[in-house]
Design a protein around this ligand. Sequence first.
Ligand SMILES: C[S@@+](CC[C@H](N)C(=O)[O-])C[C@H]1O[C@@H](n2cnc3c(N)ncnc32)[C@H](O)[C@@H]1O
Length: 331
Amino acid sequence: MNATLPTAEALRATLAGLLDGLPPKQAAQAVDRLIANYRGTTPTDAPVLRDRSDVAAYAAYRMPATFEAVRSALAALREAAPDWAPATHTDIGGGTGAASWAVAGAWEGPRTTVLDWAEPALALGRELAGLSGIPALTAAEWRRARIGAGLELAPTDLITVSYVLKELTADVRAALVDTAAAAAQAVVVVEPGTPDGYARIIEARDRLIAAGLSVAAPCPHSEACPIEPGTDWCHFSARVSRSSLHRQVKGGSLPYEDEKFSYVVATRFLAQPVGARVIRKPQIRKGQVLLDLCTRDEALRRATVTKRHGELYRAARDVAWGDEWPPGGNA
Ligand SMILES: C[S@@+](CC[C@H](N)C(=O)[O-])C[C@H]1O[C@@H](n2cnc3c(N)ncnc32)[C@H](O)[C@@H]1O
């Protein structure tokens, strides 16, 4: 996990440096336009990120958050497969490269290729990567590609698809997941932590399993998700520190925000999913901690850990939403 910290700081510093030149008013207007566009009926037939100010706004407004969400998903993959490291990585719909930054922080030196149809996003991504001084990023290849019927992917170790499925039609989404499953040893899909983001993750999860991959995270198994459709949605939260520039562009004064996301990681190789994972914010009460868990053997269950549990109680007070329970396994 620590290996990723310098990347988070480098991303903040690089974004601040790059966006310094952008007048705050112009940045705020570009963010407003971006939000309006994203509120419109997606998917669209043409890129939403049309020019440099759109892309700069996206980078300032969203990139720190999508980076943190992918970073959490990759941490879960690393926990499930500590001995595995990708030599090659393809970031599909990679935009300005948030997922590629997260990958560069998680492993040393995978060769990254970023694919996107928006040339301005690729250009800014390339520029940010060049400024980072991080070898895996400066060496990354940024290539224009349209996700659609004609998408061909070269075999690769790792594929990331971060905050992209929402922008695609159902047919294209399904074809993309199938193509990714056929090309990669590990596929990481991340979406907003909303009911419809979760629905797209479940759809992707089903397709990845049908293609012969196994779920490495967040689920403890590759069986059907135990959440009854429409009653709840599995999602997690990543804390995003906000730079002054980020605060200026997004408004508000808090030094952080919490990005809610849903994800699935599936692998062709043997990984070790957790026995149980905390799927809601733990509730700390007087003398007890309530943990909502998704477990390998008992599906969804609530564990009440009290002071009488001693060591386990202390662990429960420290455990976070999204973590394995108990720490180190043996649920
Ligand atoms: C919300 S952004 C996410 C960017 C990046 N993956 C991240 O996590 O920050 C969605 C990206 O998908 C790209 N995209 C959407 N539809 C696409 C398509 N049909 N072909 C290629 N790229 C597409 C957009 O240009 C944009 O860069």
